[in-house]
Design a binder for this molecule. Structure first.
Ligand SMILES: Nc1ncnc2c1ncn2[C@@H]1O[C@H](COP(=O)(O)OP(=O)(O)O)[C@@H](O)[C@H]1O
Ligand SMILES: [Mg+2]
Length: 395
């Protein structure tokens, strides 16, 4: 597989339609393509009018579709690992809010989505497709997924009386150094296997030579606000956004006076979106006179908005996390558009820089050479956040 495209955005903005149009175009180019729905509210079956479900289903030449079934995955494909984690939780004797013996991983928020994403790793490793187009859950849920491994650590911290020690046991590096009695050697191995799968997944999703994120938006106030936040968080977590699709743009040909006010509003929000996504290639999709629920309607999107554009190529490369040497120590440049420095929490802990914005938190591991440096300041510069470190200095 040479390409994974993830479509995300607020609920109802057109993620499924636009992702499906890309899958259609990709298959038309002779690339074996899988359209994968990682959204719990699946609707690929409705779109293609065939039952899809958890089995890869052929829709057209080179075009396949699949709807994630995380419950099935937890019950079958990852059963051993899931049971091991549940046993580990149980063995700690922690009360699970009345769940008692029937505590299950499946009941924890975010787990369904997490396992849906694990399927992406399986599919990637199987190598059965040239391209994977992912119709992702609405923004909030997607971000919850991207927070792994923080998410898993959060659960560990919350449910284990040994808290941080358990987290360290999970880290393959320090495992050998800690002599902690584990409930069951085999179980721990399974937990570690799951941890490794999740870490590999994250590596794949952040490998911007393969995986990039495409944001779908509408020129409307609420969507613009959420899209701006979404973009900032995706960058905060180090995911690469290389395209924005502005859907339901009223065509100039619409002259009905009823839409005059709407057109003015759309112009305003289009300008705002352009300002947010200055460097990111953007594509506008017209508002059609009817819903998009046939193959013909997908072809229409392809013709009107995608034709002649290199939509499957990685569109540009950001600088990523760049470290530079300065006189006092080092400077870390992070690409972090739309971030308001007053709202960011920034501190250092055990070789990590911790960046918090609202409920989101990111750990950036510092290179060894910076072990003895501490944060001496931070500055916002355009789309970047500059964090300064000085040798042996204090904050
Ligand atoms: N450009 C458009 N013109 C007309 N209808 C659209 C357009 N984009 C999406 N729709 C319709 O809006 C609804 C929501 O789109 P969908 O792709 O399912 O959004 P999401 O997956 O983000 O929830 C669907 O009924 C779809 O047919
Ligand atoms: Mg959808």
């Amino acid at each position: 597989m040479d390409r994974i495209l993830i479509f995300t955005g607020k609920g109802g903005v057109g993620k499924t339609s636009i992702a499906a149009a890309h899958a259609r175009k990709s298959a038309g180019e002779g690339k074996k393509t899988l359209l994968f729905s990682a959204d719990m509210a699946h609707n690929l079956s409705d779109l293609f009018e065939v039952k899809i479900g958890r089995n890869e289903t052929r829709i057209a030449p080179e075009l396949y579709a699949l709807e994630a079934d995380p419950e099935y995955m937890m019950e079958h494909e990852y059963r051993g690992m899931v049971r091991a984690i549940e046993n580990l939780f149980r063995s700690t004797g922690v009360e699970m809010d009345g769940a008692g013996d029937i505590f299950s991983i499946a009941g924890l928020p975010g787990m369904g989505e997490l396992f849906s994403l694990l399927k992406i790793l399986d599919l990637y490793e199987d190598g059965g497709y040239d391209r994977l187009i992912i119709d992702c859950a609405p923004t909030g849920e997607t971000l919850a997924l991207l927070k792994f491994p923080e998410l898993l650590c959060w659960y560990m911290e919350k449910f284990f009386p040994i808290g941080k020690i358990a987290m360290r046991v999970l880290s393959p590096v320090s495992k050998v150094m800690l002599k902690i009695e584990l409930p069951d050697g085999k179980a721990m191995t399974d937990v570690e296997r799951l941890y490794v799968r999740l870490s590999k997944l994250q590596e794949l999703l952040k490998n911007d030579a393969v995986t990039t994120v495409r944001i779908v938006a509408l020129p409307e106030k609420m969507v613009v606000e959420e899209t701006r936040r979404n973009y900032m968080y995706l960058n905060l977590y180090g995911y690469y956004v290389d395209g924005v699709y502005i859907n339901r743009v009223l065509p100039d040909a619409v002259e009905n006076p009823f839409f005059a006010g709407w057109k003015a509003l759309q112009r305003k929000y289009l300008a705002e979106l352009r300002a947010v996504f200055q460097e990111v290639p953007s594509i506008q999709i017209p508002w059609y006179e009817k819903e998009l629920c046939t193959m013909q309607s997908l072809d229409r999107i392809c013709r009107d908005a995608l034709e002649g554009r290199p939509v499957f190529e990685v569109q540009k490369h950001r600088g990523g996390e760049v470290y530079e040497k300065t006189e006092e120590g080092y400077r870390l440049n992070l690409f972090l558009p739309c971030a308001c420095i007053e709202k960011l929490d920034l501190y250092q802990s055990e070789g990590n820089v911790i960046l918090k914005a609202g409920n989101f938190k990111r750990n950036i591991a510092l290179p060894d050479t910076m072990r003895h440096c501490s944060i001496s300041g931070a500055k916002q510069k355009g789309d970047a956040l500059e964090i300064y470190f000085s040798r042996g200095g204090t904050q």
